[in-house]
Unconditional design. Structure first.
Lengths: 210, 399
């Protein structure tokens, strides 16, 4: 059955049709949730909450991209969970230093000698990127994850966040700027392509950029 | 090693959108033109594109399990939805009820504003006239009128004294003599013994009117004492006297028209200072006195058949409303501290206090107060319930 048919059936209360729709997009939803929560268990909880919420108010779905609607509910569920966590701090899962400071990116302290270099590099990059994603403001983070990580188009994301395409464009641009700036701090951990410093003398640039 | 110069936010956004093919054809051409001419711009382009590629190459975390709902979970989800709906509906109803109450209040205040009592004062008629070629334009108000109004009790319904005619240079009919009351310090009363009738269109004055008989702006009253009936006839230089021939109208109820019959001159014409007129509310007598202490039976200007009781008298300012063809109106009685209150104050006679039948049960003001209180508490209750239901609804929605 195609998506539209499933949606019509789900609106009538067909649980199986609803579950079919969930199965179609749950990986994408969980991936976004994971990138926001940075924790698999919490991402799973947020995704489950989002599914329950969707079922509860499925009759309020007014059409448009179901994927966009799903992503919106998932991201909202994630931010709600993060707000709850702020009010009720839990035991840090991240290791801490002797002074009690969290080590946000412990990956680099792991013993990676046994891992192949390429895989190691990928892990390092992912960790650095995730670190910078965590530092983004929520409204930039959502747009950045949906477009650059999920691969959605601007129109779908505009439906998700219920804003015009121009807002999506602006927020994504600012998210990318911040990501670049954040990634610079990782220096040698990053591949050359991410470094904004000129590598060779040939790359000296003197003209101003307006 | 030189750093790559930063892009402006606008330039960065254009480049970012260009990479995602989100620019219009014209904008794309502009970006491409710049890319071909600027090395640093091209570097930025490569950076952004590389970052986007890296983001999309990030490993995708698959769902660790299926997030589909079981029948039981679905039923539970619906139950929660029903509660949410119930509280949402309750919140909406309370909010609507509150809006209706507020709207009703607004409409009531706007459309049914409390009626304010009409001012009890009679409107002051400003009067100007030319009595004849030599007549002067009258002052809009006589000092007596002003003084009467100033001394008037604000709560009184009594009309305000109006100005009225200037005395002309007409001669008083010959033959008259000034009759002085023993107790009056200055000449105040004049009695005409002329047998001529009084022309309603004009009034004759006796020669030698004492200046004290005139007001500051030259106004004067003329009282005609009818000894037979004891009634005062009020005469005006313009309208003359009303109800000649011993009219049967009592004092203070004396409509005057221009078509008045000549008054019997034998009744006598008195020129008096209106400030010196005292009124006995008990007997209805008018006294012309220099002051209260100098009032006695000889000061009587007009009387009833009853015995004179001047100690109950108080000053009374009388005037004529020229706007209403000389209708007599009177100012409020002017009470002074040394004048005892009359047995029956005119105001109290006219507006006796209504006794309450119970503890404010029949008091309309109290009813209105109770209604207002009920209205207020209904609004508070509706607002409180709306807030409560709204909070519960939001909490349930988030669960």
């Amino acid at each position: 059955m195609d998506e539209n048919t499933l949606i019509q059936l789900a609106k009538k209360g067909e649980l199986d049709a609803f579950n079919q729709l969930i199965l179609m997009y749950q990986d994408m939803a969980f991936n976004v949730a994971y990138r926001i929560m940075n924790d698999e268990a919490q991402a799973a909880d947020a995704t489950q909450d989002a599914v329950i919420s969707m079922y509860r108010r499925f009759d309020t779905y007014r059409g448009g991209s179901f994927k966009a609607w799903f992503m919106r509910i998932v991201t909202n569920a994630c931010y709600d969970a993060l707000r709850w966590q702020k009010r009720r701090p839990t035991i840090a899962l991240e290791p801490e230093t002797d002074d009690g400071e969290r080590i946000e990116s412990p990956y680099w302290l792991e013993d990676n000698e046994a891992k192949p270099d390429e895989e190691l590099e990928k892990k390092e990059l992912e960790a650095a990127i995730q670190h910078c994603i965590n530092a983004l403001p929520n409204k930039f983070k959502t747009v950045f994850l949906l477009i650059d990580v999920n691969g959605d188009d601007y129109e779908t994301v505009a439906q998700s966040i219920q804003r015009p395409v121009g807002t999506v464009k602006s927020r994504l641009s600012r998210a990318r700027q911040r990501m670049q700036k954040c990634l610079q701090g990782f220096g040698e951990l990053l591949p050359d392509i991410f470094r904004l410093n000129a590598k060779n003398d040939d790359e000296q640039v003197t003209e101003p950029i307006p | 090693m030189n750093k790559l110069p930063n892009l402006s936010p606008k330039a960065f956004e254009a480049l970012s959108a260009y990479i995602d093919s989100q620019l219009s054809p014209e904008e794309s051409i502009a970006v491409e033109k710049r890319l071909s001419s600027s090395v640093s711009y091209q570097k930025h382009y490569e950076r952004i594109k590389a970052m986007r590629t890296a983001m999309r190459a990030l490993p995708k975390h698959k769902a660790p399990r299926n997030f589909i709902l079981t029948r039981a979970e679905a039923a539970e989800a619906k139950r929660g939805r029903n509660w949410s709906r119930a509280f949402g509906l309750a919140f909406s109803l309370c909010a609507v009820f509150l809006v209706v109450l507020l709207g009703y209040d607004g409409l009531s205040n706007g459309l049914f504003a409390m009626k304010k009592e009409a001012p009890s004062e009679a409107s002051v008629a400003l009067y100007t006239t030319d009595m004849d070629e030599s007549a002067q334009t009258l002052e809009p108000e006589s000092p007596q009128a002003i003084s009467a109004r100033d001394m008037k009790d604000d709560s009184s319904d009594q009309p305000v004294l109006l100005s009225w005619g200037n005395p002309t240079s007409k001669d008083v009919m010959a033959g008259g003599s000034i009759e002085q009351a023993d107790t009056i310090e200055e000449n105040r009363m004049f009695t005409s013994q002329s047998s001529s009738s009084i022309d309603p269109g004009e009034t004759s004055y006796r020669n030698g009117i004492a200046p004290e008989m005139l007001t500051e702006d030259g106004l004067v009253k003329i009282f005609l004492n009818d000894p037979e009936t004891g009634l005062i006839h009020i005469c005006d230089p313009i309208y003359g006297c009303g109800l000649g021939g011993g009219g049967s109208v009592e004092s203070n109820d004396f409509p005057m028209t221009e078509e008045t019959e000549p008054l019997d001159i034998q009744s006598g014409v008195h020129l008096v200072d209106p400030n010196r007129i005292y009124y006995d509310p008990v007997r209805g007598n008018y006294f012309l006195c220099a002051s209260m202490v100098s009032c006695n039976a000889q000061s009587l200007v007009a009387e009833t058949n009853d015995e004179v009781q001047h100690e109950n008298a108080f000053p009374l300012i009388l005037g004529l409303d020229h706007e209403n063809e000389g209708e007599l109106i009177s100012a409020s009685p002017q009470f002074t501290q040394d004048i005892p209150e009359p047995e029956t104050a005119p105001y109290e006679e006219a507006y006796p206090e209504q006794p309450l039948t119970g503890p404010c049960d029949n008091d309309s003001d109290h009813q209105i107060y109770l209604q207002d209180q009920l209205n207020l508490w209904l609004k508070i209750g509706a607002a409180g319930l709306a807030i409560l239901f709204g909070i519960i609804w939001l909490i349930i929605r988030r669960r």
